[in-house]
Design a protein around this ligand. Structure first.
Ligand code: PLP
Length: 459
């Protein structure tokens, strides 16, 4: 591609992006697409000869966009809604041009050091202690798997040489994200050694039940090694009592990992800083800027006060990757499974600098306020009931009818194209779940979605 051809096609692409960002609601948030539809619409094998960029861009608009669920859309109210704002998109474009690979300091010095700087800024904004080591992974699932591997390294230092020994047990609440169990599966802990601790009436891990499970396992000759506390659980955004869990972890020498993937960014609001109380005692913590911190997917920020142990678990340097350097240089490949690492820090740094802490805090505050308004509206409608407290920007509620009636309400609203909500099951009951996290989502969107749900409900 000649520089001129690049300039022309890139300008056309940026024009499309700017148009999209100015009117995302021209598009339905959920595509009307059947499984296999795109596969059938595309040629069965790749072209022998190259095609002009115009044709590629036309097909992007004609075939790909209508088949996308639009996460970057103000009507996206499902799962944990998120945002790819202008500065984040521009950073992704610039990163692609540099094609940096921050496996070693030498292979991308500025990417490595920007990762250190951006993560340290975020750490300060969240009020976490100085001296934490930060590293970016793709997702919280990867971050938590690395936490569990570091925990195993602490408890069972022979594991990297001999393979994991049996009897290591891990603890999380029954409301913890599936990535915790998956991380334990991936490193050979075994699902049968993951204890799902019961939660209280507000979906928070019960420390008394945790302590009892740990003691019972020790009495049975097992080796408790790790506990995961969640700040902002996936279904209801409940917060486990981190200080009480930290007491138990310290008493029995367990690695404490805090999963604040969704809710962590709320700690940049002074009035919400308390949500990370106790996290200063954690061995590791994950927060996902690609969830509620307006940073494009993918970017998960992992912090640990034990980088020595993480490094012991993962460092393996063959001759062809050996570099001479001074003590300040960090080789991020030593702290995890991936060797090749995308230059993700640039988008976080662009987002933090473009908006600044105050504006980011204001957007999070606005989302929380919209969720509180919705929670009050649900409480005021006798046909509906809330199924969990709403401490952040997610509201869980249901029509006071059957699970099937609730499924139908959700299906009807999602079919409208304006909004996309998802569901969960709480205490055995199907629950509607409205999650606010897109920068473009206003209180008006939320109230319109609520009205659509009310209209869809049997009267
Ligand atoms: N932890 C929590 C609390 C989550 O809610 C999620 C996803 O929603 C994850 C971890 C996994 O996030 P990721 O998609 O970045 O792996």
């Amino acid at each position: 591609m000649s520089p001129e051809e690049f300039r022309c096609a890139a300008h056309a692409s940026v024009d499309w992006i700017a148009d999209y960002l100015s009117h995302p609601e021209r598009y339905p948030v959920l595509p009307k697409m059947e499984p296999g539809q795109l596969v059938d619409a595309l040629p069965a094998s790749g072209p022998e000869h190259g095609e002009p960029m115009e044709r590629l861009l036309d097909d992007f608009k004609r075939l790909i966009v209508p088949g996308m669920t639009l996460w970057n859309h103000p009507g996206f109210l499902a799962y944990f809604a998120n945002t790819a704002p202008g500065p984040g998109i521009i950073a992704e474009l610039l990163c692609a041009a540099l094609n940096g690979n921050a496996m070693l300091w030498r292979t991308s010095p500025a990417a490595t050091e920007l990762e250190q700087v951006a993560l340290d800024w975020l750490r300060q904004w969240m009020g976490l202690p100085a001296g934490l080591f930060g590293i970016i992974y793709d997702t919280a699932s990867t971050s938590s798997m690395h936490a569990i591997a570091a925990a195993r390294e602490m408890a069972d230092p022979e594991a990297r040489t001999l393979g994991a020994s049996r009897g290591l047990t891990l603890y999380c609440s029954e409301e913890a994200h599936s990535s915790i169990e998956k991380g334990a599966m991936a490193i050979g802990i075994g699902q049968q050694n993951v204890r799902k601790i019961p939660s209280d009436a507000e979906f928070r891990m019960r420390p008394d039940a945790l302590a009892a499970a740990v003691e019972a396992d020790i009495a049975a000759g097992l080796r408790p090694f790790c506990v995961v506390a969640t700040v902002g659980t996936t279904s209801t955004t409940s917060m486990d009592p981190v200080p009480a869990i930290a007491d138990i972890a310290e008493h029995r020498g367990l690695w404490l990992h805090v999963d604040a993937a969704y809710a962590g960014p709320a700690a940049i609001l002074p009035e919400f800083r308390h949500i990370l109380d106790g996290a200063e005692r954690a061995d590791s913590l994950v927060v996902n800027p690609h969830k509620w911190f307006f940073t494009p997917v993918d970017l998960s920020a992992f912090y640990t006060r034990r980088p020595d142990i993480l490094r012991r678990a993962f460092s393996l340097v063959p001759e062809y990757l050996r570099t001479a350097q001074d003590g300040r240089a960090v080789n991020y490949m030593d702290y995890g499974v991936p060797l090749g690492r995308r230059f993700r820090a640039l988008k976080l740094w662009f987002v933090m600098r473009y908006f600044g802490r105050e504006k980011l805090a204001e957007m999070i505050r606005r989302h929380i306020a919209a969720a509180q308004e919705l929670a009050a509206a649900v409480d005021a409608d006798p046909r509906f009931e809330r199924t969990a407290p709403a401490p952040f920007s997610v509201v869980c509620f249901r029509y006071k009818g059957t699970d099937d009636e609730n499924r139908r309400i959700l299906g009807q609203v999602n079919a409208g194209g304006e909004f996309f909500l998802s569901h969960t099951v709480l205490r055995g009951k199907y629950t509607l779940r409205l999650a606010i996290g897109n920068m473009g989502t206003t209180r008006e969107h939320v109230m319109r979605a609520w009205e659509a749900l009310q209209r869809a409900a049997p009267s």
